[in-house]
Design a protein around this ligand. Structure first.
Ligand SMILES: Cc1cc2nc3c(=O)[nH]c(=O)nc-3n(C[C@H](O)[C@H](O)[C@H](O)COP(=O)(O)O)c2cc1C
Length: 177
């Protein structure tokens, strides 16, 4: 390798991402949640999404065993939740009351969109595992004025949008809560 691990991390940080919290229940019914920037789309038909989890995460084996989980895409104003759910083995849910969709999966209230998913596949991804979920339902509260939380170069950021150009998402209706 002609680069250090620190260089690699820095280089990867130059790819701006959104921020999501994956959520679910462990074997004993306890609430679990983890901030991820690795969320992405995979397939429209069937509807598949992915995220990756470090094998070193305390909750790693719980995610592998979980038949259903939620993914909540955070709004710009939810950076405190992102930080809270990125701290290992803390009382992540102590101040957060989960919202539930029709598949009884806990989601983060006020997120731009929540996906209820069932486990589709878990693939090897080196020191991470790649979780592919089949989307069962969508719960969106986003409006054209909503702002996503962005993670770039190790910091939270927002986006600046051109107000003149309409988006194909404007006026798109999704199920609310
Ligand atoms: C913006 C941000 C994005 C993150 N993305 C990921 C990710 O995609 N995969 C991952 O395993 N950890 C990611 N982390 C770190 C985890 O959130 C953190 O290690 C996790 O909450 C630990 O959970 P634990 O209680 O299971 O150990 C990210 C942290 C931050 C702040």
């Amino acid at each position: 390798m002609s680069f250090t691990s620190a260089d690699f991390r820095k280089a990867l940080g130059l790819f701006p991402t959104g921020v999501a919290i994956v959520s679910g229940r462990g074997d004993d019914g306890e609430l679990l949640g983890m901030t991820v920037s690795s969320f992405n789309s995979v397939s429209l038909d069937p509807p598949l999404v992915l995220f990756s989890v470090a094998r070193s995460a305390a909750s790693y084996s719980a995610w592998v065993a979980m038949p259903k989980y939620g993914i909540s895409v955070l709004a710009r104003s939810q950076d405190d939740l992102s930080t809270r759910f990125s701290k290992s083995q803390t009382e992540k849910w102590s101040l957060v009351h989960p919202a539930y969709g029709e598949h009884d999966v806990p989601l983060i209230p006020g997120a731009l969109v929540g996906f209820e998913c069932e486990k589709y596949a878990v693939h090897d991804g080196g020191d991470h595992a790649i979780f592919v979920g089949r989307v069962l339902s969508l719960h969106a509260v986003a409006t054209p004025a909503s702002e996503p939380l962005v993670f770039y170069s190790g910091r939270y950021a927002g986006i600046r949008r051109s107000e003149t150009e309409p988006s194909e998402m404007d006026g798109m209706m999704l199920h609310g809560w």
